[in-house]
Structure formats: structure tokens, C-alpha cells
Design a protein around this ligand. Structure first.
Ligand SMILES: Nc1ncnc2c1ncn2[C@@H]1O[C@H](COP(=O)(O)OP(=O)(O)OP(=O)(O)O)[C@@H](O)[C@H]1O
Ligand SMILES: N[C@@H](CCO)C(=O)O
Length: 305
């Protein structure tokens, strides 16, 4: 086996009204460098990564092992060195990136030849919803829909002409805790209003009408009204971002990070202004990743997807 590297971008789910359906791939990365070895070994290179007791308790190893077993295979031993710039439990899809990395690790080590759709279905089953995993897998803005037969359909859109700013607090919020405050049921009238807002949001966004898209983003009814109190300075950040001329500000994924849609070319200066107002936060412009997960062997990109 030749050594290879798996690189998986972060993601921001929901973008306001697209709860459990929309994902945007972001230029922060989880990277696995994999080499043949006499026994299993996992090493971390980033302080952002969580502690682990032994290789077999590592989340990524467990996903890889389950994936290999699902296809009747065993993982061969190797050394995996992991680096990351994705903060944990901040609403930037760290767990989805780890799931995609684990599935791809098994795919490469066991030569499973999984299709993109195979990987998406497996990842969605493990993550519970397709929004983050789809964005990390294919890149760009991804609209997903699960149909009655559990098939995941998606559409990737790569033409956003905006800057993205992440406003990251120094506190974690686990997705499980943030989902626990959401209602199990909505009335027909409420659900119709909520989905009409998402419909108009997508049309406005893909027509590059960012003012209308921003207004729809900020009028989500599916999750933001129930999560707002879990997010530190939710109202203040939205208000400050709006007064600086941004299109819209929403909770990133399950929070607590807030995601700002800024006019193209202004992201860096607006991030600087916001940083001055919210000094305990980590606020920066982040690129949109347009490619999704990549596997490289030596210097060559593996034509996998
Ligand atoms: N690279 C990784 N290696 C091992 N475990 C990870 C890794 N990344 C994430 N995790 C696990 O996932 C947990 C965070 O997942 P969680 O779903 O709560 O938040 P998130 O994925 O960062 O945010 P969101 O789902 O809102 O976008 C971590 O606390 C850790 O247990
Ligand atoms: N759609 C998910 C994303 C976080 O995993 C949620 O909002 O709970």
C-alpha cells in the first residue's frame, strides 16, 4: 500500500431555514496522513482534536472499522497522523468531517470502491442527517432531500458571490443538547410558513438576490427561535452584523458559532470590525470550499469520486 492523505472540509448546516437539509462547505480541514505500518497507531498533531485512550477507541477508527465490517472486510494495520483546523462542538461540522474521514479511510484501505452516493448514504446513517456530511463530501452549497425510500438526493451549487464570516465563541455546544430544545411537531400552518421561507431563500440565493436571501435566512421558523437563548450574544451579533451592511446572520449548524453572509470583498474588514466589538470571540473570514473531500497519493490527487 502506498501512503495517502485524506482531507475533509468543515461545514455549516442549515443556513437559517434549511434545517437538516442545507450545508455549506468551509475551508477549514481535517487531514489524515496514512502510511503502511506493522500495527495500528493513531497520532494527533492539533490541539483542537479530542483526547483518546487508544487507537481502537478513536471515533474515526471506529467509523472506519464499522464501514469495513459492513462490506465484510478487515482494516489492515497502518499509522494515521491526524491534523485539524476545525474546532469541536462549535457548529462547524467537526463530527461530520470525522465520519467522512472514517468512511474514506475504510474505502481506501479495503479497496471498497464506494461511489459518492454510497458514502453519502453511509455517512448520513451515522450522522443522523445529510446536511453537514453532504457539504463535506462534495463541497460548495449543497441542498439535500431524503425521500420516502430513504434515498438521499442532493444538488451542489458552487456560485455564491459572497464572503463568509464565522463568529466562534470560546464555548462548546453539543449537537445533541441543541437538538433537545426543538419541538417534535409543528402544525400544518406553521410548517407551511417555515418551508415557504426556505423555498424563497433558495430561489433568492441562486438568483444572487442576497438582500432577499439575507432577509429569508434571518426569518427561519424551524430551529432558530428555539435555539436563540442557547447562543451567547445571539441578538447582539445579528444586530452588529446588520449595522455593518451584511446580508444576514444565522446560527451555524447547531451552534454556538454564528455565520455571517457578507458582501463580496468586504469579509475581512467586516470581520475585523466585529472582532473589535466581540473581543472574546474568534472572528474571521473563511473561504467556501468548492471541492469537498480529497484523497491524494504522494503529490497526485486520487481520481476517486
Ligand atoms: N476529528 C475528530 N476525531 C474524533 N472525534 C471527533 C472529531 N471531530 C468531532 N469529534 C466528536 O464529535 C463531537 C462534536 O460533535 P457535535 O455534533 O456535537 O458538534 P459539531 O459536529 O462540531 O457541530 P455541528 O454538528 O453543530 O456542526 C466532539 O465532541 C467529538 O466527540
Ligand atoms: N442540522 C443539524 C446540524 C448540526 O449537526 C442541526 O441543526 O441539529
Amino acid at each position: 500500500m502506498n501512503g495517502f492523505t485524506i482531507s475533509v472540509p468543515a461545514s455549516s448546516a442549515n443556513i437559517g431555514p434549511g434545517f437538516d437539509s442545507l450545508g455549506l462547505s468551509l475551508g477549514l480541514y481535517l487531514t489524515l496522513s496514512v502510511e503502511k505500518h506493522s500495527h495500528w497507531e493513531i497520532q494527533h498533531q492539533s490541539l483542537l482534536l479530542p483526547d483518546f485512550e487508544s487507537y481502537d477507541k478513536h471515533f474515526i477508527y471506529q467509523i472506519a472499522k464499522e464501514t469495513a465490517h459492513h462490506y465484510g472486510k478487515q482494516l489492515p494495520p497502518c499509522k494515521v497522523t491526524i491534523d485539524s483546523s476545525i474546532p469541536l462542538a462549535r457548529g462547524l461540522g467537526s463530527s461530520a468531517s470525522a465520519v467522512i474521514a472514517g468512511i474514506e479511510l475504510a474505502n481506501q484501505l479495503c479497496r471498497l470502491q464506494l461511489s459518492l452516493l454510497d458514502k453519502l448514504m453511509l455517512a448520513t446513517e451515522k450522522e443522523g442527517h445529510p446536511d453537514n456530511v453532504a457539504a463535506s463530501l462534495v463541497g460548495g452549497l449543497v441542498v439535500t432531500a431524503s425521500t420516502a425510500n430513504d434515498k438521499i438526493n442532493y444538488y451542489k451549487w458552487n456560485s455564491l458571490n459572497i464572503d463568509i464570516i464565522t463568529v466562534i465563541p470560546d464555548t462548546e455546544l453539543k449537537t445533541e443538547a441543541s437538538r433537545s430544545v426543538l419541538p417534535e411537531h409543528f402544525t400544518r400552518k406553521y410548517a407551511a410558513s417555515a418551508s415557504s421561507i426556505c423555498n424563497l431563500f433558495i430561489v433568492a440565493l441562486t438568483s444572487h438576490d442576497y438582500h432577499l436571501a439575507g432577509e429569508m435566512m434571518e426569518n427561519d421558523l424551524f430551529h432558530e427561535p428555539f435555539r436563540a437563548t442557547l447562543i451567547p450574544k445571539y441578538t447582539e451579533i445579528k444586530k452588529a452584523a446588520r449595522s455593518l451592511g451584511n446580508y444576514g446572520t444565522v446560527i451555524s449548524g447547531a451552534g454556538p458559532t454564528m455565520l455571517v453572509f457578507a458582501p463580496k470583498g468586504k469579509g475581512q474588514s467586516i470581520a475585523g470590525e466585529l472582532q473589535g466589538q466581540f473581543s472574546s470571540y474568534n472572528i474571521c473570514q473563511v473561504n467556501i470550499d468548492t471541492q469537498g473531500m480529497k484523497v491524494t497519493s504522494g503529490k497526485e490527487e486520487v481520481a476517486e469520486n
